[in-house]
Design a protein around this ligand. Sequence first.
Ligand SMILES: Cc1cc2nc3c(=O)[nH]c(=O)nc-3n(C[C@H](O)[C@H](O)[C@H](O)COP(=O)(O)OP(=O)(O)OC[C@H]3O[C@@H](n4cnc5c(N)ncnc54)[C@H](O)[C@@H]3O)c2cc1C
Ligand SMILES: NC(=O)c1ccc[n+]([C@@H]2O[C@H](COP(=O)([O-])OP(=O)(O)OC[C@H]3O[C@@H](n4cnc5c(N)ncnc54)[C@H](O)[C@@H]3O)[C@@H](O)[C@H]2O)c1
Length: 561
Amino acid sequence: MCEITMSTTRPDIDVHPKTHLPSSITQTKWNVIVIGGGPAGQAAAIKCATGGLSVLIVESELTGGECQNWACVPSKALLRPLEVAADAASVGGTREKLRSCAEARGTAGNVNVDLQGLFEYRDKCAVNWNDGPGIAALGGLGVSITHGFALVVGKGKVQIKDWHSGGSVLVEAVAVVVATGSEPFIPDIEGLRESGYWTPREAVSANEVPDHLIILGAGLVGTEMATVYGQLGSRVTLITRQKRILPKVVEYAAELVANSLRQTGVDIRVETHVRKVKRRNGLVEAELADSSDLTGSEILIATGRRARTAGMGLTTVKGLTEGAHIDVDESMCAVTVPEGWLYAIGDTNGLAWTTHMGMYQAVICANTILAKARGSYQHQLDNGNDLRISRRHSATATPQTCFTDPQVSWVGLSLKDTKRMNINAREVSVDTGGPGTHSYLHSEGYTGWAQWVIETGTGRLLGAVFVGRGVANLLHASSVAIVGGLTWRQLFHAVPSFPTLSEVYQLLVEKCAAMGGRWFRLVGRRGLRVSGCGRSDAGIAGVHCVKIEQLHCCVGGSVSR
Ligand SMILES: Cc1cc2nc3c(=O)[nH]c(=O)nc-3n(C[C@H](O)[C@H](O)[C@H](O)COP(=O)(O)OP(=O)(O)OC[C@H]3O[C@@H](n4cnc5c(N)ncnc54)[C@H](O)[C@@H]3O)c2cc1C
Ligand SMILES: NC(=O)c1ccc[n+]([C@@H]2O[C@H](COP(=O)([O-])OP(=O)(O)OC[C@H]3O[C@@H](n4cnc5c(N)ncnc54)[C@H](O)[C@@H]3O)[C@@H](O)[C@H]2O)c1
């Protein structure tokens, strides 16, 4: 059975509700069984059910999955009020008001939120860990659900174990979708298990702020939680084996986040790890690889995740391995399982590890199941014109946001990716907090940076990174441009409204124009050479000197390598 590492800090949360138990299932044969009721599982189930198929979700814990109960939703419910407070503290009027409130309360430091109010808001966003309303909504869409632990016991056969009675029920379906998500990867550290530790579950659901929180791992979980607890007044020590925090994002973006974390007092230790842990008098004593010692109130393990497939009988299916992710094809069908009846979506297939990509895969999976049920799958594949049954068209446009302060949002390819893929590309970067920008109207002292990766020759946008407060909502325009195959010249005509953070797009287009001469031999219409687009005219003097007429020439001009 899968190991449940549940919080001792929230004994009030019941992870195994006593509703919708397997014994209440009246039907044994289904069109589709979805194992896991997280965002990916639910999206697939809803699409199949609204398409006319009978669908059963088997959910081992709380419907809504990790995302709704222990990850995205509660973590963002903690981060968003902190972001609002930080914005309020950096514009006139609200800044003074916050300061006088803090003085009246007698509280010092950066903490501009009411702790109890914050935790209550987080609990409300997590629906107080009550999945009843979610189950009712699924029922309204024609999806049946049962609470139990699913084991795959043969082709189309699923055994559901009841956590409470220990009994089990066998159900069958034409298609089985594994959407069991992921669980934290816990490194083998001497004394860790005996000492006890926080996983992301405890970090996002805690009702207390530890005096000193040690965080092991500086990826997305580690940096987001360092942001939360650092801003709530904990002393935070953030430890990573790597040379820098956030190794998945470009170096300069990670540096901006690291600088900001340090400003809130976070102690970042790089190129080290914890060798030994002991709990004494309630405190955590950690010995680091460089032989230094730390004493903290809690230790959060944020060292990555792995597919949650252990203990669910996968070895009974030829081609699958327990505890490993399930490899899938472009339609989300398990590649090693013959006869195309088993699918894997979301974190379970190891492709993307985000909610939005899991839900996107879910729709592709459901479209495939529906097309097979209607007998149109082969026709759609052969025609190649129904792209909804394949993920290949988005493979190079995966977006993600790390909700630190500043936020980092990225989509598509980095320059490193393009080198690996033998694509000729260049980076274009702009400072979005400097003079000539209007980000001061968003907040005083705004710090921000943006980068595009552009294909040399065609000028097509391949990748984008935005750093700064509020950039999460800027990203999608770049995703649209990448998926649509747009060039920076075409984006010249996408005029951002004034004064908004979207003006960063204009800065990027201007910078592309300024750098154009270095990348391309620009030839105007009817073979006339376009002047004034090269670095000599604009680049050295700064991007803002590029004249609009020259930009028009660039946009209208054709390019030869
Ligand atoms: C702290 C944190 C913050 C995050 N923030 C974000 C964010 O802001 N944005 C974002 O896009 N992503 C975020 N993620 C990632 C996101 O949570 C996952 O990518 C997402 O939850 C995956 O969805 P899923 O449906 O594949 O799996 P899950 O949400 O994990 O759901 C899987 C479900 O399957 C159930 N299950 C497992 N095994 C069985 C079984 N044998 N039988 C029956 N049921 C079973 C589980 O109980 C669970 O309910 C975050 C992750 C963490 C840890
Ligand atoms: N906003 C979001 O979209 C969001 C937020 C949180 C998590 N997530 C998802 O959840 C997944 C898991 O996040 P995560 O932060 O746990 O994993 P991660 O892979 O992003 O980062 C883990 C980090 O821990 C480091 N590490 C590993 N072992 C270590 C050790 N023994 N000592 C010190 N450092 C060690 C790794 O080098 C890595 O940098 C991510 O892939 C992400 O997609 C998404």
